[in-house]
Ligand binder design. Structure first.
Ligand code: FMN
Length: 238
C-alpha cells in the first residue's frame, strides 16, 4: 500500500501491516528528515519524487533529492526514485548512484493498455515539456496543493477563480474557511473528467515534464523493453 502526504494518522501503519491480510507499506518521503522518521516507524520502502513528476508534487527536483537522500538511505532500504524519467539514460543515472529502483508514471499514462480516453492520449502526444506546469497559487491565504498537469482552460480558470475569491475575501463578503474550501474543491473529480470523459479543456491532465518525449501509443511490454535496452546501453557505455 502506498501512502503520500506526510505522516500517516496514528494506527494506520499497524492496520495495514497487521490483521488478516498484512501488506507492505511504501511512503512518498519529501525530505530526508521525514524519510528517516518514516523508516523508523515501519516503512518497507520509500518513494522520493521530484517536481518534474506528473500529479501531486513537492518543490524540489528529482536530481537534487536523489543526491541528498540516496547516500543516506539506500544502503539498507529499498528506495524508488521518481519524476522526470522518459528515457533509459536517466534511469541508468539513478541506478548508478545507488542500488535504487525507479518509478515512472507519465511514460505509461498513454500505453496501449491504459484506459485513458483518446482525447487525453492525443493531448499528451501533442504536448511539450513546458506545457506540463505546476499549479499556480495566487494568494498565500488560499493554500493550493501543487499538481503538475498540462495547461488548458481549466488551469487558467483556476487562476481566475483564485483572483475572484481573493477579492471576495478582501471585501469580507466570505469567511476564510469557506474561501479555502472553494479553492480546495475546485478540482474535485477533474482527473476523472480528463482521463475517463476525455474533457481535455476543463479536466485535469496530470502529466510530468517528460510528456514531451511521448509521441505514440505503445504496449507496456514495448515501453519496458525500450527503457531496459536504453538503460543497459547507458550503463555499458559508462
Ligand atoms: C496521470 C497521473 C496520475 C497520477 N496519480 C497518482 C496518484 O493517484 N497517486 C500517486 O501516488 N501518484 C500518482 N501519480 C504519480 C506517479 O505515481 C509517479 O510517481 C510519477 O508519475 C512519476 O513521475 P513521472 O510522471 O515524471 O514519471 C500520477 C501520475 C500521473 C502522470
Amino acid at each position: 500500500m502506498v501512502l503520500a502526504g506526510g505522516i500517516p494518522p496514528t494506527g494506520s501503519v499497524e492496520a495495514i501491516k497487521g490483521g488478516e491480510n498484512p501488506a507492505k507499506v511504501i511512503y512518498f518521503a519529501p525530505t530526508l528528515a521525514l524519510a528517516k522518521k518514516l523508516l523508523r516507524s515501519g516503512a518497507d520502502a520509500l518513494v522520493i519524487e521530484g517536481m518534474e513528476a506528473g500529479g501531486h508534487i513537492g518543490p524540489v527536483s528529482t536530481s537534487v533529492l536523489a543526491q541528498e537522500m540516496l547516500p543516506e538511505l539506500s544502503e539498507n532500504h529499498l528506495i524508488f526514485v521518481a519524476g522526470g524519467m522518459g528515457h533509459g539514460n536517466a534511469i541508468a543515472g539513478y541506478l548508478e548512484m545507488s542500488p535504487a529502483s525507479v518509478q515512472l508514471g507519465t511514460r505509461f499514462a498513454c500505453a496501449a493498455e491504459s484506459i485513458a480516453h483518446e482525447n487525453f492520449k492525443k493531448a499528451f502526444f501533442r504536448a511539450n515539456a513546458r506545457d506540463a506546469i505546476a499549479s499556480v497559487q495566487v494568494d498565500p491565504r488560499l493554500p493550493v496543493i501543487p499538481v503538475r498537469a498540462l495547461k488548458n482552460n481549466g488551469t487558467e480558470e483556476f487562476t481566475r477563480k483564485q483572483i475572484e475569491v481573493t477579492g471576495v475575501l478582501d471585501r469580507e463578503e466570505i469567511a476564510m474557511e469557506e474561501a479555502q474550501l472553494q479553492i480546495e474543491q475546485y478540482w474535485a473529480g477533474a482527473l476523472r473528467r480528463a482521463v475517463i470523459d476525455g474533457d481535455v479543456e476543463n479536466g485535469r491532465l496530470m502529466a510530468g515534464q517528460s510528456v514531451g518525449m511521448l509521441k505514440a501509443e505503445e504496449p507496456v511490454a514495448d515501453i519496458m523493453q525500450k527503457l531496459m535496452v536504453q538503460s543497459e546501453e547507458a550503463l555499458t557505455r559508462r
